[in-house]
Write a protein that binds this ligand. Structure first.
Ligand code: AN7
Length: 381
């Protein structure tokens, strides 16, 4: 099968020379990546915030979240290494992505999920793609521990972000942001759960800006100092990385793992982040910080984006915009800054959370013309 040359064929194809793949790596992809970077128009004006706020719509990846960037990389390498099965613990999106890429590769997928604590959309994805779903009466952190233990003896490849190929795939989001803006943003805001994504963003920005990059020592598992970006810089600076958590699941704010994480944003209901050190390094090296938002604030921002901008992201993603707005208002992020927020997952993933907000005026009327006309007239009053 062939396509026009120059057609987009996924991020392993586009960034081949910046990723740990070779000519013989079998590429498992769904043409992920290449997501829109969109400016917010109404929210900054109405909330009197003076900044260019851009949102990276990672929910427009093939399975509806940023996880696909890492999964194409991890599953391709697993296949190359002869693995027949992959396994992950997940709050939902990793399992949906793992299931899809395993299907594409003709591999088995095993996913451990916290019973009753992942959204139905994500569960539906794992089921449809034919993963073996193992529900546990514990949380993500319990699942992660079990996956580590089981993978020691079972013939399965872990595709959680402790698999370093995951972060390599995910770093490409930073390349795309820099290409879209023509420079690195001043600040990059994103939700933090297991902390792989903030770490991956920082690897990507560091490689895009070889002038001040320190990925050799700090984060890059593959870079031997001959990174192709050294001769091919995309940017001459790196952003300040700002990570936001849900108050009930905010280990980076507490300074230690949290025993029983709880939040409506189930994607980031994680108490013991696996990429703790990498995320702390990204924050420190970039001069960034962490902050937290309670569930009500997270949901309010999710609604604000949907109502004011036409952008429907899942609750976990909205926390990035909560943070950008609060920090701009307080001056922590200076006026006039260029800010990028990663919207990590699509709102349709968790329609229950959206419907539970129940703020849309829903009218039930008789199926006749007068009734409908009166309903419209009443709403316009
Ligand atoms: C929408 O699916 O951990 O800090 O198991 O689904 O890299 O973990 C999901 C995480 C943010 C946090 N936004 O990213 C999983 C899982 C969404 C997410 C995060 C997740 P990391």
């Amino acid at each position: 099968m062939s396509a026009a040359s120059g057609a987009y064929r996924g991020l392993l194809d586009k960034y081949r020379h910046r990723l740990p793949i070779s000519e013989s790596t079998p590429i498992v992809n769904l043409y992920e990546g290449n997501t829109p970077l969109l400016p917010l128009e109404n929210i900054p004006r109405e909330s009197r915030v003076d900044a260019d706020i851009w949102v990276k719509l990672e929910g427009l990846n093939p399975t509806g979240s940023f996880k696909d960037r890492g999964m194409t990389m991890a599953v391709s390498r697993a296949l190359e290494e002869g693995s027949r099965a992959i396994i992950c613990a997940s709050t939902g999106n990793t399992s949906a992505s793992a299931a899809a890429y395993a299907a594409r590769a003709g591999m088995r997928a095993f996913v451990l999920i916290p019973d009753g604590k992942i959204s139905l959309g994500k569960l539906a994805q794992a089921m449809m793609h034919g993963a073996t779903i193992i529900k546990i009466d514990g949380n993500f952190d319990d699942g992660m521990r079990l996956v580590r233990e089981v993978a020691e003896e079972a013939p399965v490849t872990i595709v959680n972000s402790i698999n370093p190929y995951r972060l390599q795939g995910q770093k490409t989001v930073a390349f795309e942001v820099v290409e879209s803006l023509g420079r690195a943003p001043d600040f990059h805001c994103l939700p933090v759960g297991n902390a792989g994504n903030i770490s991956a963003h920082w690897i990507g920005y560091s490689e895009a800006c070889p002038g001040e990059r320190n990925c050799v020592t700090a984060s890059c598992n593959f870079c031997d100092g001959s990174c192709p970006y050294a001769s091919e810089p995309l940017a001459d600076s790196r952003p300040v990385m700002v990570g936001y958590q849900a108050t009930g699941a905010a280990p980076f704010l507490r300074g230690h793992p949290v025993e029983n994480p709880e939040t409506v944003a189930t994607a980031i209901r994680i108490g013991n982040p696996q990429s703790w050190d990498l995320a702390l390094a990204a924050s420190a090296e970039s001069g960034g910080w962490f902050d937290e938002f309670d569930d009500a604030e997270i949901l309010a921002t999710q609604k604000l984006l949907a109502e004011k901008e036409g952008i429907f992201c899942e609750p976990a993603s909205a926390v990035a915009v909560s943070g950008a707005l609060r920090d701009l208002k307080s001056g922590k992020i200076p006026a006039g800054s260029t800010v990028v927020c990663t919207l990590t997952g699509h709102g349709l993933k968790d329609s229950d959370a959206a419907i539970a907000q129940d703020s849309a005026p829903m009218l039930t009327v008789k199926a006749n013309r007068d009734a409908v006309r009166n309903a419209i007239a009443g709403a316009l009053e």
